[in-house]
Design a protein around this ligand. Structure first.
Ligand code: MN
Length: 207
């Protein structure tokens, strides 16, 4: 499980950012203590408002931008565009990325928690999540403060052949018809703040 190559995996992430200008983490070594892997869903008010869905896999956060956000309704197939691996510490990031920097805008931690890999191979043996993602289908159970139950990520391709994924809720006990909340009204699982409240705080405007 110990990943020795996460610095190389984070090259693209680091290249895009000037860590003297952004408070986002640069990424050091993650701890590997046999604990449950983590997930985080951030809401990111960048050039387009979107959710960022991240799963801890082998020492990095595998990441997807999900324009409409994860849905609890198994009928919703949510487009998830793969983005570069992020450092594990990114799951702690909530704040404002400065104007002119990559991804400029406000980020709140909408949900976070642990997950359990549910992916199996044809013989019913557990398939490591990294291998499952390589093969284009992963199944996992989220245990967050807002999201619970099984989800699947399945690779597909857009008309222009770009890689895309679909994030779909399993039809299990935790499924519901509620879909996804309005991201502008949604509150941080950490601070209870909305995007607007966090942005006002960061720029020193009175809330
Ligand atoms: Mn983003």
């Amino acid at each position: 499980m110990v990943s020795k190559d996460s610095p190389a995996k984070l090259a693209k992430y680091r290249r895009r950012r000037d860590f003297t200008k952004t408070a986002e983490p640069e990424g050091a070594r993650g701890d590997r203590t046999g604990r449950r892997p983590r997930f985080v869903v951030q809401i990111h008010d960048a050039s387009t408002l979107h959710f960022d869905f991240r799963l801890e896999v082998d020492g990095v956060l595998k990441s997807w931008a999900v324009p409409k956000g994860p849905s609890l309704d198994p009928h919703d197939k949510r487009l998830a565009m793969p983005t570069e691996d992020h450092p594990l510490e990114y799951r702690e990031f909530e704040g404002v990325i400065a104007e002119g920097e990559y991804g400029a805008g406000t980020v709140i931690i909408w949900d976070e928690g642990t997950y359990r890999n549910l992916t199996t191979d044809r013989r019913g043996h557990e398939l490591a999540l990294a291998d499952a993602l390589d093969k284009g289908h992963a199944s996992f159970r989220l245990d967050g403060s807002k999201l619970h139950g099984g989800f699947a990520l399945t690779r597909t391709h857009l008309g222009d052949d770009r890689e895309a994924w679909l994030l779909v809720k399993h039809d299990d006990r935790r499924a519901s018809a509620h879909g996804t909340p309005d991201p502008r009204r949604a509150r941080s699982a950490r601070s209870g703040r909305t995007l607007k409240q966090l942005a006002a705080l960061a720029t020193g405007d009175s809330p």
